[in-house]
Design a protein around this ligand. Sequence first.
Ligand SMILES: C[S@@+](CC[C@H](N)C(=O)[O-])C[C@H]1O[C@@H](n2cnc3c(N)ncnc32)[C@H](O)[C@@H]1O
Length: 200
Amino acid sequence: MGTPDGNPDSAAEWDARYRATDRLWTSEVNPALPIEVSDLTSGTALEVGSGEGADARWLADHGWQVTALDISPVAIDRARDTDARPAITWLQADLVADDVPGRDFALVTAHYFPIAAVDVAVARKLIDAVGPGGTLLVVAHAPEGVRAHGFDPADYIQPGDIAEMLGEGWQVITHETRERGRPAGGGHHIHDVVLRARRM
Ligand SMILES: C[S@@+](CC[C@H](N)C(=O)[O-])C[C@H]1O[C@@H](n2cnc3c(N)ncnc32)[C@H](O)[C@@H]1O
């Protein structure tokens, strides 16, 4: 991925980040996921940038058939070792280079998934993977938290950019900045930017 300097940019770099610790992220579901998904009828879900798998596990717990995708083989192996139930397919893939595995998902969800500003095609892959009547949920850290970690939010595609890409045939259900509830990133990430949209 053409991510700006300082962010992992390849499977090897993400692997190194995962290998550096037994657990990189919390094992709790990201707060926006239950808020936005609990009123949906479960079906097939694509969980993008699944990391250590907490969100995929929550989805499977709630009746979803999940394809959980991450660039890092270390993260995928770790997630599979934690939960090998058939409701979750753990898949190593790089969404910059690879196609989305499958189509017409009832839910495509991505939390804190870094899409470099130059990689508009990656955002398009997420949008196109949603089937008729399906939901796209993209959650990002709010800009102040991103800056606190030394990154420029303008270097990344934001939920608002994705909202502008949707066009006709989509209904935006939620597009807002809200308190995350549990600060993340050493306390810097206090607010989420949440985009939830439904393909008509
Ligand atoms: C900030 S982490 C978020 C992990 C997880 N969603 C969470 O909230 O705990 C971003 C994840 O995206 C993955 N990732 C980064 N670039 C990717 C790409 N091009 N294709 C697939 N996964 C990627 C990383 O390996 C990492 O697990």
